[in-house]
Design a protein around this ligand. Sequence first.
Ligand SMILES: *Cc1c(COP(=O)(O)O)cnc(C)c1O
Length: 348
Amino acid sequence: MLDTPPAPLALDLDSAALRANWRWLARQSGPAACGAAIKANGYGLGAREVVRHLLAEGCRDFFVASWGEAAHVLPQLGEASLSVLHGVREEDMPFALASPARPVLNSLDQVARWKAAGGGPCDVMIDTGMNRLGLPPTQSSRALLSGLAIETMMSHLACADEESPMNGEQLATFIGLSAGIDARRRSLANSAGVCLGPDYHFDLTRPGLALYGGIPRGEASAYIAQVVRPRAQILQRRTVRGGETVGYGATYTAHEDRELAILNLGYADGYLRGFSGKGLALFEDLRLPLVGRVSMDLIAIDVTAAPHLREGDWLEIAFDLPTAAARSGLSQYELLTGLGRRYERIWR
Ligand SMILES: *Cc1c(COP(=O)(O)O)cnc(C)c1O
């Protein structure tokens, strides 16, 4: 059998940066343990590789959304702890009961289901204002929880990336409740919550975004390093003449002769149309502008300033997350988790 040719697009993934980001978050977390949210396939990077690097760095608490995601990483976790944020549906129960991972019980039904099955250690999510998942912070929830072996009592902040009075309100609600709930550990902070300071750290923090190079709040920007660098191969170099247009919708018109490189990257790879006319490719110290619309599989880069670039050469795509988010109108989370399956993921 012939080998499949290498992909014409790649993600360079910087394991040293991932590990350094976790170390910084762990240091910021003070005496609290620092975990890692690895849902959505490790925010698009590849959950197994992320787990491998963070285990080596000392991380022992991981968070996924669903049992399918849990199954994907459980074989490599050893003694490390894994929480399944979306809890247990009826159809999850056989797997959940046999699994060392813990459900994060979110609703009264889930609590009842877990109790009835004698399910063993679990986590509990209390809703302190997000109004997404979680038990209401009421006396009756508290009563229902008695008898459960609660490993972690958690809640989730709605506005931790902003200066919002809601942060303090959620914190106060969480503290008020936790006295009455018998849990081994308490956990409130995501990446942005870690930056809010020691009041928010409790026993365990749960960063995701910042591990992968996202900047959750300004405080982190000097310390969090870029982890993900997409690059794509030049499929064709061409000249467009003054007056000609480029791409779907003919949204870009060359006002003079320009040199273009057509790259193997498009919105099907998560490089969405928000980058149309706004994206940048990097070559040596040049910042080369994307012209016209992003297509499904292709983009056009103006390489007039880089006369030596040829078909077959590779260009890095500017993907510093806060900057790329500002340029594209996408969130840093969307930029990461949208990264598709066609990239070769190369850990360095
Ligand atoms: C995704 C998630 C996190 C991680 O959030 P980031 O903002 O990516 O740091 C933490 N806790 C819960 C419950 C989550 O769903």
